[in-house]
Design a protein around this ligand. Structure first.
Ligand SMILES: Nc1ncnc2c1ncn2[C@@H]1O[C@H](COP(=O)(O)OP(=O)(O)OP(=O)(O)O)[C@@H](O)[C@H]1O
Ligand SMILES: [Mg+2]
Length: 327
């Protein structure tokens, strides 16, 4: 295989003692300059995948190349090419943000004259200039995540791994981080492998999305294509009288298959698309069922997840009770 940027994964497996297969035969390819979103619920195997691709955890089987280098046989070369912001940032509470950047720059062998400049530039970019000389001990969770991203970028990596980069961030920091990731891919041509539990994040940022569930990829494509595969929109109806929910559900079942929704509402995927909506309204009216709200929803990535796994992504984590409730 030639030396290319990007990521190539074949049959990657990671088993843990105690019988958990966290990653269960994953194949994927990330093209140079692409943002790949690895989307899945708690415990799906996202971090395990990132730890293997960043050479921090050996695979139990399969192979992968990152930036053209084998993750098992060429670990040092892989590490030189990549930047990573892991789920649990390893920061030193007693150092300031600026100290961290100086250290990281020295570790990567940046010339002394360049270290300060690069540090300042990155602190500015992640919005930490003002807090730069405070000890990390006093940083909020979101500030830590942003510092960790800055650290991952010090040596201008061609490939970037971000494990749930926006979990715990406020909406403003989240959109700032989204903008920065898009900029890195678009302007600098950085290949980005990003894990997330957020549908919106995958939808906004990723050129392609791999949906992972229980260690396996259950769907992979552009967000648009995945949603188009589902195709038909759904309608969600809230009966005015909650005692009429079952009656409403019975009427709606004529128009498509029921899908999970809030307890007081009924949702169906419309067999005939949005055009069926007028018939739904007429049918409810004919039975004299009053409705307090009626909404048409376009397919989302959550619908894709539901279709592939039979469960909803929101709350489809490891808690078996949640899974039963959603089944
Ligand atoms: N060191 C370990 N030893 C044993 N089991 C592990 C270990 N690390 C992860 N696992 C298990 O492997 C599975 C996948 O975990 P992983 O951390 O990769 O999930 P994740 O998708 O990153 O979840 P989250 O969204 O919660 O971060 C889980 O069942 C987890 O309990
Ligand atoms: Mg994780």
């Amino acid at each position: 295989m030639g030396r290319t940027d990007g990521i190539e994964v074949e049959g990657l497996v990671r088993k843990f003692r105690g019988g958990v297969t966290a990653v269960d035969g994953v194949d994927l390819r990330v093209e140079p300059g692409e943002v790949y979103g690895f989307l899945g619920p708690n415990g799906a195997g996202k971090s395990t995948m990132v730890l293997m691709l960043t050479t921090l955890l050996p695979p139990s089987g399969g192979t992968a190349r990152v930036a053209g280098y084998d993750i098992v046989k060429e670990g040092p070369q892989v590490r030189a090419m990549i930047g990573a912001a892991l789920q649990e940032a390893a920061l030193d509470n007693f150092l300031t943000g600026r100290d961290h950047l100086k250290l990281q720059a020295a570790l990567h062998g940046l010339p002394r004259a360049e270290r300060r400049k690069r540090g300042n530039e990155l602190l500015e970019r992640v919005g930490l200039s003002e807090a730069a000389d405070r000890r990390v001990r006093g940083y909020s969770g979101g500030m830590r995540r942003r510092l960790d991203l800055a650290l991952a970028l010090v040596h201008r990596p061609r490939t970037l791994f971000l494990d749930e980069p926006t979990t715990g961030l406020d909406p403003q920091s989240r959109s700032a981080l989204w903008a920065e990731v898009s900029r890195l891919a678009r302007d600098d041509g950085v290949t980005v492998f990003l894990t997330t539990q957020y549908l919106e994040e995958a939808d906004v940022l990723a050129d392609r999305v791999g949906i992972i569930d229980r260690g396996r990829i259950v769907a992979e494509d552009t967000p648009e294509a995945l949603k188009a595969e589902i195709g038909r929109p759904s309608v969600e109806v809230t009966p005015a009288n909650h005692r009429e929910r079952d009656a409403v559900a019975k009427i709606l079942s004529r128009f498509g298959q029921e899908i999970p929704s809030q307890p007081e509402t009924v949702s169906v995927r419309l067999d005939h698309g949005a055009e069926g909506l007028a018939d739904v309204v007429r049918a409810l009216d004919a039975e004299d069922l009053k409705v307090s709200n009626l909404r048409l929803d376009e397919p989302t990535l959550d619908d894709v997840f539901l279709e592939k796994t039979g469960r909803s992504l929101e709350g489809a984590g490891e808690d078996p009770q949640t899974e039963e409730a959603q089944a």
